[in-house]
Design a protein around this ligand. Structure first.
Ligand code: 2M8
Length: 441
């Protein structure tokens, strides 16, 4: 697209990213990957819509509307909507969602995912060429978004804090992050049903979560089923109930977008305002240690009543919200530098933020959310930096993503020491968010 004045490299990356989204488009939705993830995933669809907003408004709208077809009667948007018979573990039967009176008339998982969708919907409107269609789309999607946020702010927040409790590591999107290690390791498994993982046929074992963690993922699904997906029962029984700092940060920003959507289509915004007030009041109280001056944020484990003090990229996420005081942003910036890829080890001229600090003893350059670089997380940090006026820092990250994509393609994640692509290639959100960075920031 000439209107963006792309240089040669940017043109090349833009075309390759468009090709990935084209390949993975299935008529009304996009798969994250044709092989590893052959269904529709919730926060993936939102990220994909953010990219498509620049190149195909109608696809972006369809992506979000099709996802919400799987919305549960209580408002929950499931993390996976199964669209085909393609093999994936866990398959839809494994969730047995009909145990719940709230289950929709579709094959979905029984857990949720970070609520990026209102951010995506507003972004689609902002970038729309066809504003009439965009307004019609906002009118369709708004009640569904409101119902989802209401579910998160009530059923998933019985303590009325404005912060969301997750019941499964997959709900965080950061599946096997070190953030969940202590809580998961304490689970003593009595029994799990036999199951066969499908991921290890497609990606190397050293890049995926261990069987130890998979057993616990399955154990927690069994527990949800035992409770018939009733959140009150789950809350009483589960060893995994955590106020997730990234999820809650995303919801806070999504509520801002929802507020703007409500204004555009002439709806009353009082309820959204009251949610925001609660989050503003409690965010630091739950997520930040007053005693130190690090200004990092951490998840809060409801069972132990303690913060999970692991320094990961999640600890920087306050910058994505605008809840961070201006004077504290500098601290987050210095932490970003601390977490950076070590330049001496790096094949690139630029650095990106790794999922945990390279210097950390738990850092693993290959394994999923335990060290590698993820484009969606760097995209969120870039948005935060821009919001706080750190244009140079944001540009450095953006340029590094473009270099990474140009040299290695659109992988799911990347080895921070070599730049090598990990997980699966032609991964949709890596392509979509690169398109957004190319067109926007
Ligand atoms: C990964 O999660 C799925 C389970 O939901 C898996 O490992 O099979 C995560 O990276 C998650 O954040 C992502 O949404 C999903 C699809 O890309 O894959």
């Amino acid at each position: 697209m000439d209107e963006y004045n792309f240089n040669k490299k940017e043109k090349r990356v833009f075309k390759q990213a468009k090709d990935v989204l084209e390949k993975n488009w299935k008529g009304r939705y996009t798969v994250p990957s044709l092989t590893l993830y052959p269904h529709q995933w919730s926060w993936d669809s939102a990220f994909i819509a953010i990219g498509n907003a620049h190149i195909n408004q109608y696809r972006a709208q369809d992506e979000l509307l099709s996802l919400f077809e799987g919305q549960w009667k209580n408002g929950m948007v499931p993390h996976t909507v199964y669209r085909t018979k393609k093999s994936y573990f866990p398959p839809p039967e494994f969730w047995n969602i009909d145990l719940s009176p709230d289950a929709p008339n579709m094959r979905t998982s029984g857990i949720t995912h970070p609520p990026v969708h209102a951010i995506a919907a507003y972004h689609v409107f902002q970038n729309a060429q066809d504003k009439n269609s965009a307004i019609f789309f906002l009118k369709q999607i708004y009640p569904k978004l409101l119902k989802f946020h209401n579910y998160l702010m009530t059923t998933r927040d019985p303590e009325k804090t404005g912060l969301v409790t997750i019941f499964h590591p997959w709900e965080s999107g950061f599946d096997n992050s070190v953030r969940w290690d202590d809580t998961l390791s304490k689970i003593e498994i009595k029994e799990v049903p036999e199951y066969t993982r499908t991921d290890l046929d497609r990606v190397g074992t050293e890049e995926r979560p261990s069987d130890f963690f998979y057993d616990r993922y399955v154990y927690l699904i069994e527990l949800l089923k035992e409770c018939h997906y009733n959140e009150e029962k789950i809350y009483d029984l589960t060893p995994f109930k955590i106020k997730d700092v990234v999820f809650s940060s995303i919801l806070y920003m999504a509520n801002k977008s929802l507020f703007k959507i409500a204004e555009i289509i002439g709806q009353n915004c009082d309820e959204i305002n009251s949610w925001q007030n609660k989050t503003e009041k409690n965010y630091y109280h739950y997520f930040c240690c007053d005693s130190d001056n690090e200004h990092l944020v951490y998840d809060y484990d409801i069972s132990t009543k303690q913060r999970i003090e692991k320094r990961t990229t999640a600890s920087l996420m306050s910058i994505f919200t605008d809840l961070l005081d201006k004077e504290k942003v500098q601290n987050i910036l210095s932490w970003m530098k601390h977490s950076h890829i070590c330049k001496q080890n790096c094949v690139h001229n630029h650095s990106l933020i790794t999922s945990i600090a390279v210097q950390d003893e738990e850092f693993n350059p290959l394994n999923y959310w335990r060290g590698p670089v993820w484009i969606n997380i760097n995209w969120m940090l870039i948005k935060g930096l821009l919001n706080y006026g750190f244009y140079d820092e944001a540009k450095k990250l953006k340029d590094a993503i473009i270099d990474l994509a140009d040299e290695h393609g659109f992988f799911e994640y990347y080895n921070p020491l070599t730049g090598e692509g990990l997980g699966i290639n032609e991964f949709s959100w890596s392509a979509a968010l690169t398109i957004d960075l190319l067109c926007h920031s």
